[in-house]
Design a protein around this ligand. Structure first.
Ligand code: SF4
Length: 297
């Protein structure tokens, strides 16, 4: 008998902390596809899964994981879906997986904009929680240079709506994104914005440029200079030292030369001490050697 299969298309990504979640495809690819540093979803055109396909997959999941507690909807930014469609999916999730406690997904800052706080509250009521948002930085010149398609003011406005709706969210800070000499400014601007918000997790990823990313060409033709590794650690130090909120720091991704985790404010001093030790002891060449060995994220 043929085993039932789920509809996964192209690259499927989920944050490391969603490893225990049941994955369900509702979109594939990215609606934006313009961030210069990005090589994720390369060659995968954006597509929204029809509800019939989502329901078909849920029938399979109900058979194999009937007690799934957390569902992660896949695609670069499924939160781009209209409120009505997200509600339809939330209703299907509740119908097929009655034990589900929450569902989440990746979202772009711009995906939140068309949704009112009232609509977000309704989605929260339907168990939406822990959105993952690739903020990258709140330094406007860097956001513009990298074609992120929004500014620091948008991050503040849209993520404040999630706070108002009671939806937890995690943000990615892309260490090194501004390039050589810009890290300090990026760290200061980003901490300033996050200090007005309530991210559950601040996930620090260090920029690793792959040949499929448009930024790779800029590195080759000399119009973009990567931030040296020691400078990145100093950037991360400034960023973490300036965070004055209660949050969780996850900097233990494969891209991090010095893996660190902790909860702020309690672990702030320990994390900073670890960073100081690394800055004092690790030579640039060794850190760079690590970066060059990272084959994929
Ligand atoms: S970083 Fe995110 S929003 Fe930007 S192109 Fe890549 S997947 Fe799309």
């Amino acid at each position: 008998m043929k085993e039932p299969q789920l509809h996964f298309t192209g690259q499927v990504w989920r944050p490391p902390y969603e490893a225990g979640s049941q994955l369900l495809q509702v979109t594939s690819g990215c609606t934006w596809h313009r961030c210069k540093f990005c090589s994720l979803y390369h060659g995968t055109p954006f597509r929204m899964s029809p509800l019939s396909e989502v329901e078909e997959d849920l029938r399979v999941i109900r058979q194999w994981q009937p007690r799934a507690r957390r569902v992660y909807l896949t695609g670069a930014n499924p939160f781009v879906m209209r409120y009505d469609k997200l509600m339809d999916i939330a209703i299907l999730l509740r119908k097929y997986l009655p034990h589900m406690e929450s569902f989440g997904m990746f979202a772009r800052v711009t995906d939140i904009a068309p949704k009112s706080v009232e609509e977000l509250k309704n989605l929260r009521h339907m168990k939406l929680d822990n959105l993952n948002i690739g903020m990258e930085t709140a330094h406007d010149p860097t956001l513009e240079r990298m074609n992120k398609g929004y500014h620091a003011a948008d991050i503040l406005e849209q993520l404040s709506k999630l706070d108002a709706a009671g939806i937890r969210y995690n943000v990615v800070y892309l260490n090194g994104l501004g390039g050589k000499g810009v890290g300090e400014a990026s760290a200061v601007a980003s901490a300033e914005v996050l200090n007005k918000l309530h991210p559950w997790i601040v996930n620090i990823v260090s920029l690793t440029i792959f040949p499929e990313a448009p930024l790779y060409q800029e590195v080759l033709n000399g119009t973009y200079e990567e931030e040296p590794e020691v400078e990145r650690l100093l950037e991360m130090r400034t960023f973490i030292s300036r965070l004055a909120i209660k949050t969780n720091i996850l900097a233990n991704h494969i891209s991090n030369t010095v893996p660190l985790t902790g909860a702020l404010p309690n672990d702030q001093a320990i994390i900073l001490r670890e960073l100081d030790r690394a800055i004092a002891l690790l030579p640039e060449s060794e850190l760079r050697g690590y970066r060059e060995g990272v084959m994929h994220l």
